[in-house]
Design a protein around this ligand. Sequence first.
Ligand code: YH5
Length: 268
Amino acid sequence: MLASKRPLVMGILNVTPDSFSDGGSYQKPEIAVQHARRMLAEGADIIDIGGESTRPGAEPITEQIELDRVVPVVQLLRSETDALISVDTSTAAVMQEVSPMCDLINDVRALTRSGAIAAAADSGLPICLMHMRGEPKTMQDHPVYDNLISDIINFFSSRIVICEAANIDRRRLLVDPGFGFGKTPEDNLILLNRLAEFLCLELPILVGLSRKSTISKIVGSEAALTIGSVVGAMLAINSGASIVRVHDVAETVAALSMALATKREQIL
Ligand code: YH5
């Protein structure tokens, strides 16, 4: 289903009232779906719908609030498109509810919450396992690793074994090193620089760098966040990423077209 010769662009659709890029305006499913339509028109291959804020310092939400935010948006979007829909959730009940209507489960907690492994297994869907150290509330309070890259690769290896034991075929899995999730800015740069080392897992790599604080720290101004994010996405693709999760779909698609045309030595 997600097998592709070219890297895919995943457009971010936040359905959280506190999300920085929507200012709370996506509480109504129609408005959220308008943004999804725009991202699809701009060339997004996948729409990633998330109802829980996992920004540093964010408080957890209840299962019911997450269901109320996410399910109506997935229903409405599914009713009008065959485009790939991903749901950014760690909650078993959300996975159960949305899996008949979506194409990918994207879990920033790598199926560690209670019931998540079974719900993901039952869905039959591809699953993205993301690495996070700690929980959003506290993850940026002094993250330290023994060895950043090997700690994260070892984490994935053990999650993959656990998934396989729960009847999730390895071929359903994707991995994501989790930029900004319990990492210092320098850690994030090491991860980007050495992303290709994760190819040893022989699974597709998903990367979410878009507009994260490491990029703001590097490029300075708000105005430069898009270009910083696009360059980050392209560097990730150059190191073997299969999917980039982005806010700025049109700009990322243009950059990717440039790289792909060059690689194939033809106008696409
Ligand atoms: C990700 O990397 N991230 S939600 C803080 C920001 C900007 C954006 C301080 N879900 C990922 O997008 N799923 C999120 O500025 C994700 N990989 C995957 N697979 C956080 C987010 C953000 C946080």
